[in-house]
Every structure is written in C-alpha cells, then in structure tokens.
Design a protein around this ligand. Structure first.
Ligand code: ZN
Ligand code: ZN
Length: 356
C-alpha cells in the first residue's frame, strides 16, 4: 500500500440526537505532527467529547508508525484544539457547528479560519449575531485576531489552499427542501498537494433520485477519473436504516439510496475507463462512437480498491443495544456485495484514528 497522506481522528461521527457524538473530524498531513497544525473538518462535537475520548484512549493522537520507542507528549483536548488552524464546514446545521460556536471564545493558539461556501458562512453568521451567541467571527482580516475569520470557498473546479500542503475543491449538494426552498450542503475533495492524494468528504446529502435538480452526480463525475489511485477513500453519510420511506428522509440517505449513489459512481468510472481506452486505441474514430448503455454487469468490480466510510448514522433505540452504525453499515455492505460494485464499506466510529 502507498504511504498514507493524511491522518484523521474521529471526535464524533453520529447524526444525532446524542450531542456527545456529532460530526467532527481532526485531520493532519501524515508526515507532520499534530502540533504543526490541524484542519478541523466539521465541528459538531468538540473539546468535551474529545476530553472524554482521551480519558479512555490516551494514545489517540500517537502515530501508528512511530519508531525507536520515541516518547510522545500527550496533549489535552484544549491543547489539541489550540493546534487547529482552520475549520472546514459542509453546512451550518447545529450538529456540524455546535462545538465551534460554544468554544469560539476560548480557543487557544491564534487566529482560526472558517472555510465553507458563502451560504454556509452566512448561515453561521446568524448564530454569531450578538443574539444567539456573541459575535466572535469576522469577514475582515484586520479585525481582532481573537475572532474567527470567515473564509469563503468558491464552488468551482479549482482547488483552493486551506491548510499547509492541503487544498480543497467544493461541490454543492442537495440536503432536502424546507419552507425557504432547496437547502444546500457541500462535498469536499481534500488534496494533499505534495503527493496529489485525495479523499472525498460528504456533508449531509439527499438521494439524487429524489431531487428536481440532481447535484451529487457532479461529485461522481469529478471523482471518476481519480479512482482508485489518487482517490481511495470516501466519507459519506447514511443516516437511516434500510426500508425508511422516501418522504421521511429529511435530506438524508438510506442504505438502498447509498447503493444507488455508489452504482452511479461505478457507472461514471466505467464510462471514464472506456473513453480513456478508446482514445488510446483510436483517437479519430472515438468522437463518432456512442457509448452503449451500461448494464448491471458492467459495474461489477468498478469500485475495487475504494474504501467507503459510512458516517452520520442516527441513533436508534434497540432491544439488543446494538449501535445504529452497526446495523446500517451491515445493510450497506450487503447491498454493495449484492450489486458486486467492489467497494469496501466501513463504519466510522467515534475514537477511530484512520490513515488515508
Ligand atoms: Zn444537516
Ligand atoms: Zn447532520
């Protein structure tokens, strides 16, 4: 296996209502130290959840491949958050911003940027309004450096630098309809600039099949040419268990819909590979040839080498006490196995340290 490009620690991975396990991921470039700078991806849970995790897992931030018995300094949760240089938010629902808001007045370690699409940052501004919470964020670089600094990302094909050696491409997603209209979230391609290795991280998302103006397809098209060498890890939500009715999804996926989305990605991958093969064989004739429609068998194994990390499972009460992510991930695995897409489906669990 190639050397990892990133380390990711899961501070919280649930989709509510447990407020101690909400979307929050701490990311660093693999060959750097945590104290060199952290990118916080979502900020639902934060220092409180991390402090509890560190009591159980004091070595959570130790690197797996450290050699020569190097002794590590263990950091407290607030020290870890003082190393955060910037936050990256998919949308401003409370389960993704809660800890950022609550901790905004007490972060150590200098100015922190908050990156997101303009709408996400404007939504966050509604909270930092001096009404719901003191205004501890600003759009102006020259403002008090104790304030968070809003830093808007464009939704285009360009990669914007957001952290030392890390750039991001942002693609808007649909996350359900409300009284104001279509509500948006974001998918991010995070790229380690030096190795060009990427991972794909989804905000909350509704199935493309249920929306008037599908947008997730744009993400799959952008991903297709990168699998599996440049892009081998996707983090995506599956909030609900199998069988939940479409009118009760509230802008989220079920295992069946996730299976459909991954099949769409597989189709894009196959189309891309066929187009590349054809252009390699015969550049001139290529333009006149139409793709024959893909059938189910064409997708078999198309996602070989891809790891799909399932997150944002909503808690449910069960007599056997099994956590929601156990049930939902098992259902996703079955569907992907039945469709023979080839991807490996994994659960994202609070307290995991994932190398990407
Ligand atoms: Zn949401
Ligand atoms: Zn959410």
């Amino acid at each position: 296996m190639k050397a990892p490009a990133f380390d990711l620690v899961v501070v919280g991975a649930g989709g509510g209502p447990d407020e101690t396990n909400l979307s929050a991921y701490l990311v660093k470039v693999h060959n750097t130290k945590w104290e060199d700078g952290i990118l916080a991806l979502e900020a639902g849970s934060g220092q409180g959840a991390l402090a509890r995790l560190l009591r159980k897992q004091p070595n959570l931030f130790h690197s797996k491949d450290s050699v020569n018995g190097t002794s590590h300094k263990s950091h407290t949760a607030s020290e870890i958050y003082s190393f955060v240089k910037s936050f990256l938010l998919t949308h401003a629902h409370l389960d993704h911003i809660n800890s950022l808001v609550v901790s905004a007045g007490s972060f150590g370690g200098g100015r922190k940027r908050v990156h997101g699409l303009v709408q996400t940052l404007k939504d966050l501004e509604l909270v930092f309004s001096d009404r719901i919470w003191p205004n501890l964020a600003s759009w102006k670089e020259e403002d008090d450096s104790s304030k968070l600094l809003y830093s808007a990302l464009a939704a285009d094909e360009n990669y914007a630098p957001i952290h030392s050696d890390v750039s991001v491409q942002a693609i808007p997603l649909n996350h359900g309809k409300n009284a104001l209209g279509q509500y948006s979230s974001t998918a991010f391609f995070l790229r380690h600039d030096q190795s060009q290795h990427e991972f794909l991280f989804f905000g909350d998302v509704e199935p493309d099949s249920l929306t008037e103006k599908p947008q997730t397809i744009n993400v799959w098209r952008a991903a297709a040419s990168k699998l599996p060498d440049k892009l081998s890890s996707i983090f995506i939500e599956c909030s609900w268990p199998s069988g939940r009715k479409d009118n009760l999804l509230f802008g989220h996926l079920t295992p069946e819909h996730l299976g459909d989305e991954l099949a769409t990605l597989a189709a894009e991958v196959v189309k891309h590979r066929r187009a590349t093969e054809r252009s390699a064989h015969d550049g001139r004739r290529r333009k006149r040839q139409k793709f024959s429609a893909l059938i189910e068998e064409d997708l078999h194994g198309a996602l070989d080498g891809l790891r799909v990390y399932v997150m944002h499972c909503k808690d449910m009460d069960r007599d056997d006490g099994r956590p929601a992510h156990d049930i939902i991930v098992e259902q996703c695995q079955q569907i992907v196995r039945d469709r023979r897409l080839g991807a490996e489906i994994l659960a994202v669990v609070q307290g995991m340290h994932i190398e990407i």
